[in-house]
Design a protein around this ligand. Sequence first.
Ligand code: BG6
Ligand code: MG
Length: 216
Amino acid sequence: KLEAVIFDLDGVITDTAEYHYLAWKELAEELGLPFDRVKNERLKGVSRMESLEIVLEDSERSYTAEEKAGLAERKNESYKRMIERITPADLLPGIRDLLVSLQEQGIAVGLASASHNAPFILERLGASSWFQAVADPGSVRKGKPDPEIFLQAAEMLGADPANCIGVEDAEAGVAAIQAAGMKAVGIGSAAQLGAADLLLASTAELSPDMLLNLMG
Ligand code: BG6
Ligand code: MG
């Protein structure tokens, strides 16, 4: 029985994955470091500081912890300027209808995002009230692909992980969902998300019936 659907945010609810990419690219260019979409795939689902480590891995110089904190802050300031303009029109295709149907059917909805900006983004999208639980990335010891953040969301919802479905656009996210003992829906391409229990090219293809069938 499907008890809950737990969503990733960036790249699933709204296209902030693109803003993360643009903000990291801007920082990498300022530092004279190579950065492209292939490398960006490795940043999806990964925390801000871990992402920075990946951005800096081609650097010839090393950075102190203090400098790294400053660089992460700089990226976040630029990212925050981008997300200030988000409106409800920025919900990805099909997401609004899906959240409404899940609510009507009494299926719990949770968020498992690594982003500290998630509550602000949900507010901008007018989506906060659809989520009964938003996991706190600040309290999670191990990020995706560890299952911890998905398990925290399930626990907040009082749902058995075996009766939950997770929805993700990142390889690390699909791995986290499956390690939590949940069924994983991947949004994207097989190259990254081949392990997903159900792979969709776009959120427009999501439907409550499809999720109910997946649970069996
Ligand atoms: C994840 C994104 O949702 O959140 C990552 O996929 C991002 O790209 C991470 O680095 C942390 O986000 P923030 O907003 O706290 O820097
Ligand atoms: Mg994502």
